[in-house]
Each structure stands twice: as structure tokens, then as C-alpha cells.
Design a protein around this ligand. Structure first.
Ligand code: PLP
Length: 385
């Protein structure tokens, strides 16, 4: 990877040391040009006319995302963010009284709220599977719960929002297949960060966002639904993109993943997300993963050596998300000091991960991407004790 070249392809790198990639990463020039170019075209010739002219890059989105994940283009839907993508699939699952939903302690709170809503409405039960000592989901505990029966869904995050752990997604997939149980993976923080293949992972459904490690535009996301289960899921909302109206009073749903879409959308964003997926694939996901994990490991090592700094990340091989606290300093004050020094970090707090019994009240989150440098990490360290 030529980091200098990649940085010069990323205008934001000249402005700031951006260590908030788990929030929203800096987009590269081709993504910026694609989004701005389409919006400009809309302004000049009209939105519908621009969509007609840019039919090919709009359609490219499906191929690009499918290629990145080892999926089929007809298994991909464009959705405005990861939460709605996840929702569209989750609320399509026909839960019944007594169904069990198994999840993890590190689950994202929006997902947890949806579990509780469905539990109250349908009589399903939400159960949080215990962790291993290293904080990742315990496979033994998951297997024991699956063996008890009545599990309708295993649903977890690949990488949580609030610490660096990476859940054993493929091992979970193997267990779900053995037990014939549906598997939904929230890959919001892992797509664009880790090399991933949906067939190796074995998930039935996967949701992700555009703006984080994929470096796409905000207001974009996508859903993957395995071809074999598409027909079993009826989306909670249907419009004339998702279904065909059959006069006088009927409709037929699409038989591909676009049944989870809406007709109106951020077209420039869809084009931009396709470009972002191609950009990541062009660099190579294995190379991206190595670089991100290497930078994060270096940062953790430096942080751990600082007096009063506690690194909070769990897992045997943590991700690009580095979380820590500084004794006697509010995480918000650390964020503000970093901003003064031209470094973007974020603060995580328990509203986003309500099930986690070990989570601190708040922590600093420095999430690195491949375009970050050692000098940028040093700049963050320079504001710490
Ligand atoms: C693990 C995880 N899941 C889901 C989401 C929600 O993504 P979005 O904001 O695109 O809906 C986030 C956002 O931070 C996340 O970290």
C-alpha cells in the first residue's frame, strides 16, 4: 500500500488527523467526485434525467458490494443506513410466541430496542449469551443455548461500536448452520475494515453502513440477504420499488433483495457507495485489514505504556477501534484537547451498548484507518499524560 498516494487521494488527510473512522471515515477523491458529479448533474438536467443518464454507475452499486462480500448482486439492497437495513430484515422475520432470540453483551442498542419491541409484541424471548473471559461471545455457551431448541434467530455484531473486540462471526455461522437457525450479522463496523466473505461467515443476513470503514457518503447503507431465504422474508414496508401493483387490489413482491428498498433514495449516495466498495476491493481487503489492525495494535501499545491510561479493548485480536480512559480526565475533555491538536477522536457512552455489564460510563474512542500514519498517532499521544 502506498500510504502517501492514498493520503493525497483523500483531501481530508491534509486538514486533520482523522481517528474517528468508526464514526464516519474520510472519503477518497473518486467517491467525492462521484457523489458531487451526480448531484451537479441533477442540478443541471433534472434528478430523473440524471438517474437515466447514470443508470450504469447506479446499477454498479449492487455488483461492487456483492463482489466485496462474495455475495450475488441480487442479494444486495441499497438502504439509507445500517440501522434501517438491519430493521428491514429483522422486522421481516415471522417471530411467534416462545421464539428465542440469542444475542451478545456487546450488542448495539438500536438492535436491542428492536428485540425488546418484538418480544413485547410477539411473545419472543431475548437472551444475552455470556462472553468468554476475553470479552468475545462464548461459542460453548451459544452451542448450549442452541441445543435447548426454539431459537428463531442468532443476531450479533461483528465488531461493536464501543470497544475493539471482534466477535467470532464465522464460528457462529458454523453453529447456526448445524442447528438450522437463522443468523443476522450487524457488520456496520467491519465491512471495509476486515476481509469478509458471507459464504465463509455463513450469515443469512448482513447489514452495514456506507460512511464508516467503507469510506462512502453519509446517509447510505446496505443489506445482504442470502438468496435461499429471500422468499421467506416479507419486509415490514413495501412500496412500488419493492413490489409490483397488480390491479385491482393485489401486489407481487420482487424476488430479489431489492424488495427491502424504497423507490426514492439518495441516488448520488448509491453511486458513491458503489465507488467506495470498488475502491476498497481495488486496494485489497486483506491489505486493508492488516494495515488497520497493525496501526491499532501500535496505538494500544503506546497508550498502555502511558501513566493513568487504561486501554479497554477486549478480544484476542482486536479491531481498528481503540478505546481508553485517562485517569482524572473526562473523555469529552480528551476529545476536546485532541481536536485542539488537529486530531479527531470520539467518545463512546453506554447508551449505545446497554447490555454490556463491563462497559465504563464513557471512554475515548480512537478508530484508525489505513490512511492514518504513525505521526498522527503521535499527535494524539501528545495530548495525553
Ligand atoms: C455496531 C453498530 N451497529 C449499528 C450501527 C448503526 O449504524 P447507522 O448509524 O448507519 O444506522 C452502528 C453505528 O455506530 C454500530 O456501531
Amino acid at each position: 500500500m502506498d500510504i502517501d498516494e492514498l493520503r493525497s487521494d483523500t483531501p481530508g488527510c491534509a486538514k486533520v488527523a482523522h481517528l474517528n473512522n468508526a464514526g464516519a471515515a474520510l472519503p477518497p477523491r473518486p467517491v467525492i467526485d462521484a457523489v458531487a458529479g451526480h448531484f451537479e448533474l441533477e442540478s443541471l438536467i433534472g434528478g430523473y434525467e440524471a438517474a437515466e443518464r447514470n443508470e450504469a454507475p447506479i446499477a454498479r452499486f449492487y455488483d461492487a458490494v456483492a463482489r466485496l462480500l462474495g455475495a450475488r448482486p441480487d442479494e444486495i439492497a441499497f438502504v439509507e443506513n445500517a440501522t434501517r437495513a438491519w430493521d428491514m430484515a429483522f422486522y421481516a422475520i415471522p417471530f411467534a410466541d416462545g421464539d428465542r432470540i440469542l444475542t451478545t453483551t456487546s450488542e448495539y442498542s438500536s438492535n436491542a430496542i428492536a428485540y425488546q419491541q418484538v418480544a413485547a409484541a410477539k411473545g419472543a424471548h431475548v437472551e444475552v449469551v455470556p462472553d468468554e473471559a476475553d470479552g468475545t461471545l462464548s461459542l460453548d455457551a451459544l452451542e448450549a443455548e442452541l441445543a435447548k431448541g426454539d431459537v428463531r434467530l442468532v443476531s450479533l455484531n461483528h465488531i461493536p461500536t464501543h470497544n475493539g473486540l471482534v466477535n467470532p462471526a464465522a464460528e457462529v455461522g458454523r453453529l447456526c448452520r448445524e442447528h438450522g437457525v437463522l443468523y443476522l450479522l450487524d457488520a456496520c463496523q467491519s465491512v471495509g475494515q476486515l476481509a469478509m466473505d458471507v459464504n465463509e461467515i455463513g450469515c443469512d443476513i448482513l447489514s452495514a453502513t456506507g460512511r464508516k470503514y467503507l469510506r462512502g457518503p453519509r446517509g447510505t447503507g446496505f443489506l445482504y440477504v442470502r438468496h435461499g431465504i429471500l422468499q421467506t422474508l416479507v419486509p415490514p414496508f413495501l412500496d412500488l420499488q419493492a413490489a409490483d401493483w397488480k390491479a385491482p387490489d393485489g401486489f407481487v413482491m420482487r424476488d430479489d433483495a431489492q424488495r427491502f428498498e424504497t423507490w426514492e433514495r439518495h441516488v448520488a449516495g448509491q453511486i458513491g457507495l458503489g465507488v467506495a466498495a470498488d475502491y476498497a476491493a481495488g486496494l485489497g481487503m486483506a491489505e486493508i485489514e492488516d494495515r488497520v489492525l497493525g496501526l491499532a495494535a501500535r496505538l494500544r501499545e503506546e497508550l498502555a505504556a502511558r501513566p493513568g491510561v487504561t486501554v479497554l479493548d477486549k478480544g484476542a485480536r482486536p479491531s481498528g477501534i481503540v478505546t481508553f480512559t485517562v485517569e482524572g480526565r473526562d473523555p469529552a475533555a480528551v476529545k476536546a484537547a485532541a481536536r485542539e491538536a488537529g486530531v479527531n477522536v470520539n467518545v463512546t457512552n453506554p447508551v449505545s451498548h446497554g447490555y454490556d455489564p463491563h462497559a465504563r460510563p464513557a471512554a475515548v474512542r480512537a478508530s484508525v484507518h489505513y490512511y492514518n500514519t504513525d505521526e498522527e498517532l503521535e499527535r494524539l499521544l501528545s495530548v495525553l499524560p
